[in-house]
Design a protein around this ligand. Structure first.
Ligand code: FAD
Length: 396
């Protein structure tokens, strides 16, 4: 068996330390039951108590090296944490953002930037949960973003707009992508984009405006406007003009982590549907005795188990420092489809009660739909596989 697959298998079966972490996460999540998530969802409230509890337990610093105050563990462990949160009925969007957004600083930041920011991100003293890439006009075509950062002496002046910048109101820092050289002045459109680490505490009201967007899920997402916002030149991460590459470098990690959330959701849907199908009696028999009810649940189970293997393989490759674009993209595709199939089955199994808020099915159903659109839509994943794995002609 190749090393990477072996590593993935070891992780699934007998890694005691990861199992212990899973148990501990489940125990913590038990303190945040359905009622908690229903309430924050109803009020569209940031799940502050939950985020604080997870931060204090040290889970959000798992990917930060020990030298900067984190646990220095791999993405496989981060995946296990996120999967358990979702399988417990919760939602980990704020957690994954804090876990991996710092990767841009870790990989491409200067020694001084790492020393300044990473220890505080590791302890949770500072929240880095905002990632400003998407813009209303450019959409998925990231190299067409219109937000500019123009160098003036020891400052950059930022103008433009972002959309769907989640948690901007609850984050101290933001990783921002902006154009530093106009598109018509670079050889390749992917050049001339730069990444900044923005301290929003100093920027709000001085050229930075944040407006919440109300959405079908509780995601604290926003529109962000930059109007001659001046930031120190020291906010630039890495080299000016290389930012698109830096953002791409974080994509595999993000896809693997999102896959784990999808798998956690799928587990929750399958477990919840199974329990209900055993207990709900109609026509004098448990509904799960009808194969028309049981088989879709069994199919949803098989679907997420397969996606889980692919996710573990992608995580094992990532942790071994090997290329994993194919596996990370495949995992994200399969896991997001598995969670959505499980959601649909769980809702159908519950009949009318699936629509009642107190069962949490409708909330999880809404939440898990996101993953086929964000952080990257299914078509773009298929496009990656078509072009980069199958060698088909580029479509855009
Ligand atoms: C709740 C939520 C939270 C988000 N959080 C963040 C965040 O924190 N930071 C951030 O930067 N962004 C965030 N996003 C944005 C998210 O990453 C984008 O919505 C997503 O990448 C899709 O981009 P778009 O909405 O602009 O769709 P568009 O690019 O307008 O695409 C619309 C549809 O057309 C399809 N399409 C477009 N081009 C092609 C093509 N060439 N071939 C085939 N199909 C195509 C897409 O697949 C999609 O289904 C968030 C979005 C949501 C909804």
């Amino acid at each position: 068996m190749p090393d990477d697959i072996q590593a993935a298998h070891a992780l699934i079966s007998d890694d005691d330390s990861v199992d212990q972490i899973r148990d501990a996460v489940r125990a913590l999540c038990a303190k945040f039951p359905g009622e908690y998530w229903r309430e924050v969802d109803r009020d569209r409230r940031y799940p502050l108590d939950f985020v604080n509890a997870m931060t204090e337990a040290g889970y959000l610093g798992v990917l930060i090296p020990e030298a900067f105050g984190g646990s220095g563990l791999g993405i496989s462990v981060a995946c296990a944490i996120l999967e358990e949160v979702h399988a417990s009925g919760g939602n980990a969007s704020a957690l994954h953002a804090q876990m991996y957004t710092m990767g841009t600083v870790l990989r491409h930041g200067s020694a001084a930037q790492k020393d300044q920011w990473l220890p505080k991100i590791a302890t949770g003293e500072l929240r880095l949960q905002a990632f400003g890439v998407t813009e209303p006009t450019a959409g998925t075509d990231t190299t067409s973003i219109a937000t500019t950062a123009i160098r003036k002496g020891d400052r950059y002046v930022i103008n433009g707009q972002k959309v769907w910048t989640s948690r901007a109101e609850y984050s101290d820092l933001m990783v921002l992508l902006a154009r530093t050289t106009p598109k018509d002045k670079v050889a390749k459109k992917s050049e001339g984009l730069s990444v900044f680490l923005l301290d929003m505490r100093e920027a709000v009201g001085k050229g930075l405006t944040i407006k919440p967007i109300r959405t079908m899920i509780n995601h604290s997402t926003t529109e962000v406007f930059f109007d001659n916002l001046e930031i120190p030149a020291s906010c630039l991460i890495g080299e000016e003009g290389k930012g698109f590459r830096y953002i791409l470098d974080g994509m595999n990690a993000e896809r693997i982590l999102i896959s784990s959330e999808c798998i956690g959701d799928a587990r929750w849907f399958v477990d919840t549907a199974t329990a209900y199908a055993r207990e709900r009696v109609v026509f004098g028999r448990p509904i799960g005795q009808n194969q028309g009810v049981a088989f879709p649940i069994a199919r949803a189970y098989a679907g997420y188990k397969a996606a889980r293997l692919m996710t573990y393989q992608a995580a094992a490759l990532y942790d071994a420092g090997k290329p994993c674009g194919e596996e990370a993209n495949t995992a994200k595709l399969l896991a997001s489809e598995a969670s959505w199939a499980a959601a649909d089955t769980c809702l159908q199994t519950h009949g009318g009660f699936g629509f009642a808020e107190e069962y949490d099915v409708e909330r999880k159903f809404r939440e898990t739909r996101l993953y086929q659109v964000a952080p990257i839509s299914t078509n773009l994943i298929l496009s990656y596989l078509s072009e980069h794995v199958l060698g088909l002609p580029r479509s855009y």
